[in-house]
Design a protein around this ligand. Structure first.
Ligand SMILES: *[C@@H]1O[C@H](CO)[C@@H](O)[C@H](O)[C@H]1NC(C)=O
Ligand SMILES: *[C@@H]1O[C@H](CO)[C@@H](O)[C@H](O)[C@H]1NC(C)=O
Ligand SMILES: *[C@@H]1O[C@H](CO)[C@@H](O)[C@H](O)[C@H]1NC(C)=O
Ligand SMILES: *[C@@H]1O[C@H](CO)[C@@H](O)[C@H](O)[C@H]1NC(C)=O
Length: 605
């Protein structure tokens, strides 16, 4: 008899299983890429940093102020010695062939349990967390195009794809060739601090501020001003831009400015700087909360994860009635909250916000492997069908993804208006995170000058990036995540046709299957999961770590740091309430919607 998978267990057993797995990974899958002989940046933290996030992310940890700041190295989830680049297999199998054979979208495959807003949100969040910076121009990787490659027709004269390498870490001693695997640095702060909105350095941050009442700059029309050079919004992080980002950056810039008004009214003596610092903390916490209790449960749509993710924020005690223990009816006002008041703050029982900070003995950073499992470009559609919130139907007007990118994004916002765009994003589906569903638009994409101005196949780049950064391939990473490696291609997927394609592409060598390919191929998946169980294990570990390592979500999640009004603001925020605050006309469209990242109409039937 086959034993049931964890997601087939009763909720309470499944939760205990996941809590146990997370503990295993906390002890085995967090690895520091710094060595003892690294020059520790000596840095002192001025007193204002006690109750404010700094622009560059320094001084979050007062004992190790450089931890998690901008240009701090990415860590690893695989043991360091397993992260050498496999130079001789860098192009094996040919990444362009992987793109053509396994990723190419023939027909759009929708993800029907989530909406396009969830896709935009994904990118909005990853831009808060990580970026490897502008690639270096020297010594690009050349990926030859086969004679019959479609790109040869479209780009006459081009015989190879030029992929610029990730910029090297200048702080890594290039000592006696390769005694340690290569390291890379994050050009964003590693913290969940909304740096996509506020920037990851002081100069950028100051340029975005009004310098009055704590506010961010907006035009007289209430929009983020555009950068004249790039035609893209002037915000904390503006690379890889498209209309979905334009919408969310504008939304949370407005949210910032409204919170400023509320605090200013309550605390008229607060300076511009004090207001800015408090509101940044509050706004970042709003986003972290929405990601935890709404976005994640929408992508991992089952009761176990709904209870589990809400427990991360509100505590397991708030979820007692849902554990199937016969405690229904206790509700949050019952036993749970009584116990919660009398027990010491325990992150499992009462939620992570306000619990005790915990690093598990490893300085905090995001990791290469975490970055890798967030490669989810298949979520983007090639065509966006506009909908009208008055008729609740498609209007017949469509945008090609291509025409919503970079400097074209704002045109779309201006022409269509934010309300109808948010409505469209609320009711339309994004792409499913499976093979054969990679947007063709970005398999032949001309980047703007400010981003190296080459044309790229992002699917080829995605595959190569993991190899170039020494991210273990699929099976090897599973071993380090306490999961059984696949022995046959049918262990990866129950789709016989896909299993055969994998076998062919990887010439029968299961150990060569790329992480991204394995994750997209994986099936069956846990009930309701938009992505693979393998990727999920890293989420389980890292989503919790982002909170527990951060002083501002743990020891300093209090009214002295956030103000009473700030904590209440976070407590009351839902994605639906944020949208309606700034776009009251969405009220009808959002009526009955309990999770704004699931298709809105589906929740109203
Ligand atoms: C450490 O940093 C100091 C000051 O920045 C510098 O002078 C020194 O060369 C560095 N040492 C090493 C081993 O990198
Ligand atoms: C290279 O690094 C290793 C360990 O990090 C150290 O033991 C060794 O002395 C270094 N060699 C040189 C030439 O600096
Ligand atoms: C929807 O209806 C309202 C009220 O009649 C109107 O003001 C608005 O312009 C309409 N929106 C669209 C996109 O037609
Ligand atoms: C790959 O296909 C070959 C030929 O059909 C088969 O013999 C082999 O077992 C397959 N390999 C795996 C690992 O499934």
């Amino acid at each position: 008899m086959v034993s049931p998978a964890w997601y087939q267990l009763p909720i309470v057993v499944a939760i205990l299983y996941l809590v146990f797995q997370r503990q295993v990974l906390e002890n085995s899958a967090l690895h520091d890429t710094y060595t003892k002989d690294n020059n520790k940046t000596s840095m002192s933290c001025p007193s204002f940093t006690l109750h404010a996030r700094t622009a560059d992310g320094s001084c979050n940890d007062l004992d190790n102020p450089a931890m998690g700041m901008r240009l701090y190295r990415f860590g690893r989830n695989a043991p360091i010695e397993k992260t050498y680049v496999d130079e001789k297999n860098l192009l094996k199998p040919d990444p362009r062939e992987v793109s053509n054979k396994l990723f190419k979208r023939e027909e759009f495959i929708p993800a029907t349990s989530i909406n396009l807003l969830a896709a935009a949100w994904l990118q909005f969040q990853t831009h808060d967390w990580f970026d490897h910076g502008v690639n270096q121009r020297e010594n690009p990787i050349l990926v030859p195009l086969s004679e019959d490659d479609a790109l040869r027709n479209r780009r006459p004269g081009v015989e190879a794809l030029k992929v610029f390498r990730t910029v090297t870490d200048q702080t890594q001693k290039q000592n006696s060739s390769q005694d340690r695997p290569k390291t890379f640095r994050n050009t964003n702060t590693h913290w969940w601090d909304a740096s996509q909105l506020y920037g990851s350095d002081l100069k950028t941050q100051l340029s975005l501020r009004e310098m009055q009442d704590g506010k961010l700059k907006v035009t007289s029309g209430g929009m983020i001003p555009l950068d004249e050079k790039t035609g893209v919004e002037k915000t904390g992080f503006s690379s890889n831009w498209w209309v979905g980002l334009s919408m969310l950056h504008n939304l949370f810039t407005r949210e910032h400015n409204v919170i400023c008004d509320v605090l200013k009214a309550k605390y008229p003596k607060m300076t511009d700087q004090e207001l800015f610092d408090k509101v940044r903390l509050i706004n970042a916490a709003v986003m972290a909360k929405l990601h935890t209790v709404e976005w994640t449960p929408a992508l991992l749509y089952n009761d176990i994860l709904d209870v589990g993710m809400k427990a991360n924020w509100f505590g397991l005690l708030s979820q007692l009635g849902r554990l199937g223990l016969g405690l229904e009816g206790l509700g949050s006002a019952g036993l749970g909250s009584l116990l919660g008041q009398s027990l010491p703050k325990n992150y499992l029982l009462t939620g992570i916000p306000g619990s005790t900070k915990e690093l598990h003995g490893v300085p905090y950073s995001l990791t290469e492997e975490f970055t890798a499992v967030y490669r989810m470009h298949s979520i983007l559609p090639d065509i966006i069908h506009l909908q009208d919130m008055n008729t609740t139907q498609r209007t017949g007007k469509t945008y090609r993804l291509k025409d919503t990118l970079f400097s074209d994004a704002f045109d779309v916002v201006e022409k269509q208006g934010m309300e109808n765009l948010f409505y469209t994003f609320g009711v339309e589906n994004p792409g499913a995170l499976v093979l054969h569903n990679y947007p063709n638009t970005i398999r032949d994409l001309q980047l703007p000058e400010t981003q190296n101005s080459e044309f790229v196949d992002m699917a080829t780049v995605d595959v190569l990036r993991d190899r170039e950064r020494g991210v273990p391939r699929y099976n090897e990473l599973r071993r380090h995540l306490n999961m059984a490696p696949a022995e046959t291609f049918q262990d990866i997927t129950d789709d016989l046709k896909v299993a055969e394609e994998l076998n062919e592409t990887y010439s029968g060598d299961i150990e060569m299957v790329d992480l991204l390919v394995g994750c997209m191929a994986e099936s069956p998946r846990p009930t309701g999961f938009a992505f693979s169980d393998t990727a999920f294990r890293l989420f389980l570990l890292m989503a919790t770590r982002r909170f527990r390592a951060d002083r501002f979500y743990t020891d300093y999640y209090n009214s002295a740091t956030y103000t009473v009004e700030g904590l209440d603001w976070v407590k009351d925020a839902t994605m639906s309430s944020v949208l309606q605050r700034h776009f009251p006309s969405l009220e009808g469209a959002l009526r009955g919607v309990t999770n704004a990242f699931r298709p809105w109409k589906l929740q109203q039937e």
